[in-house]
Design a protein around this ligand. Structure first.
Ligand SMILES: Cc1cc2nc3c(=O)[nH]c(=O)nc-3n(C[C@H](O)[C@H](O)[C@H](O)COP(=O)(O)OP(=O)(O)OC[C@H]3O[C@@H](n4cnc5c(N)ncnc54)[C@H](O)[C@@H]3O)c2cc1C
Length: 292
């Protein structure tokens, strides 16, 4: 059953042009309540302008340890993402619900699996948790990540992803697919959709021969990738998490028109008549320690 607890915010750090990593502490008395499986999510509850809002965010970290990390992408006019990424400060309390969700796999040290994961944008969050846990606990398994973004500057958890590659150089590989930043390898340009899966399969045999597939991103991306993977390999399990409905809500232009203004490397978001929230972690994106 979902139970909320006020958890102390330990850090709010900028991790991409328009995304932040939120770290909350789990006191020892709540460790059992907040025990989770890689791939699960928590619900965050907050009063925003007198109205209670709840949103779900996947846990980025692998199970174990005394903190939970969440990766929040700022949405244009979004109530909760703006609030979390811009107004929370270390020491604040945040109502967080106990972990839930079925996007998980049965990790076992005996397995010798080939996993192929497709993540689009903020869909990297549960995939990173799963990859970290699988690689640590299944020493004979391999993990291939295909990670789609518009550009490197919008790529969430880039350092953590590259850190996994350094740590598991023989068992983890990552391929970045960019839709608005051309790369030398032509077939890694574009969006992750059904066509791209078929194209990737021509260059990467594991795309059609994996033992298990993991997919996370917006609803339409998930549906297209699932269908394409099924036609390539109809025997392997396909696990997936949708972050948003396939059909977005109609956009109210009065509220969202011009809702984002770019000032230097910062983004300012305006929405719902509220003051523009800003990412707080300085304008420069630092490569190095963050959100581990
Ligand atoms: C299982 C799960 C896990 C998730 N994990 C993550 C995660 O790890 N990281 C992450 O960043 N997100 C994640 N999400 C998405 C997250 O839950 C929120 O949906 C997201 O942060 C947007 O919330 P918001 O309150 O900022 O935006 P909202 O206020 O819900 O608005 C969303 C969009 O709709 C528009 N909108 C709002 N109201 C209207 C209206 N009346 N008319 C027209 N347009 C409108 C807004 O402008 C905005 O673009 C996850 C979702 C699910 C289901």
């Amino acid at each position: 059953m979902l139970e909320f607890h006020p958890l102390k915010v330990a850090a709010v750090e900028r991790i991409a042009e328009d995304a932040a990593c939120l770290t909350v502490e789990i006191p020892s008395a709540l460790r059992d309540a907040f025990a989770f499986h890689a791939g699960q999510y928590v619900t965050v509850r907050r009063m925003i302008e007198g109205r209670e809002e709840r949103r779900t965010y996947s846990i980025v970290t692998a199970p174990g340890g005394g903190v939970l990390k969440l990766g929040i992408r700022l949405q244009l006019g979004g109530r909760m993402s703006g609030e979390l990424a811009s107004t929370l400060r270390p020491g604040d309390l945040l109502d967080v619900g106990t972990p839930m969700g079925r996007f998980r796999t049965s990790i076992s040290a005996d397995r010798e699996h080939s996993y192929v994961a497709f993540a689009a944008g903020s869909g990297i969050t549960p995939i990173l948790s799963l990859a970290t846990d699988i690689l640590a606990r299944e020493p004979r398994s391999r993990f291939t990540l295909i990670y789609g973004n518009r550009s490197i500057s919008r790529t969430m958890f880039l350092e953590e992803t590259l850190g996994l590659k350094n740590r598991y150089i023989d068992r983890f590989s990552v391929h970045f697919v960019m839709s608005r930043e051309p790369q030398q390898t032509e077939w890694l340009n574009g969006r992750i959709d059904g066509h791209k899966i078929r194209e990737l399969a021509r260059h990467m045999p594991e795309v059609s021969s994996a033992d298990e597939y993991l997919i996370c991103g917006p609803g339409d991306m998930v549906d297209e990738v699932r269908n394409a993977v099924k036609t390539l390999n109809d025997s392997a399990p396909i696990r997936f998490e949708r972050f948003a409905a396939a059909t977005p809500r109609p956009v109210d232009n009065r509220r969202t028109a011009g809702s984002r203004a770019r000032i230097g490397a910062r983004h300012h978001f305006r929405g719902h008549g509220r003051p523009a929230p800003q990412l707080r972690d300085g304008a420069e994106r630092r490569v190095g320690a963050r959100c581990r």
